[in-house]
Write a new protein. Structure first.
Length: 132
């Protein structure tokens, strides 16, 4: 599924053997809720969240075997810069990285991460601009 600047609710779905399960680019005006889904054996990533000041909710999903070959730089969930995601109660196992956050704005609560090859959670902060 690819969603661009739209309201989105994905519930009780199974995603298996796709390049990417769900790619979402939203704004602060869009309501995005992704819950109670299963993502298995996606090649690239299960859930990719992008969009300035967006506030997606990702809850109670199961994500397994994304990029199952070690060190292939594949992620269960990715939230990019400027995303304020609420990521909670997900079960994420056997991926290259479980969750990758590229900012300090997203909230991670009560997720279970197990046997992710490189990292369970990777947070990439942004360098402060010179003189700022």
């Amino acid at each position: 599924i690819r969603s661009n600047n739209a309201n989105l609710k994905v519930k009780d779905c199974n995603f298996a053997r796709f390049q990417s399960g769900l790619i979402c680019n939203s704004t602060s005006y869009n309501k995005v809720v992704i819950h109670h889904n299963t993502f298995t054996s996606c090649k690239d990533r299960a859930i990719f969240l992008d969009g300035r000041a967006s506030r997606p909710i990702v809850a109670n999903n199961t994500i397994n075997f994304v990029g199952a070959v070690p060190l292939t730089n594949k992620h269960g969930i990715t939230a990019t810069l400027e995303v304020e995601a609420y990521i909670y109660a997900n079960n994420i196992a056997c991926n290259d990285r479980g969750i990758e956050i590229i900012s300090n704005k997203s909230k991670l609560i009560d997720n279970i991460l197990d046997k992710n090859h490189e990292a369970g959670i990777k947070v990439l902060g942004m360098k402060k601009a010179a003189g700022g």
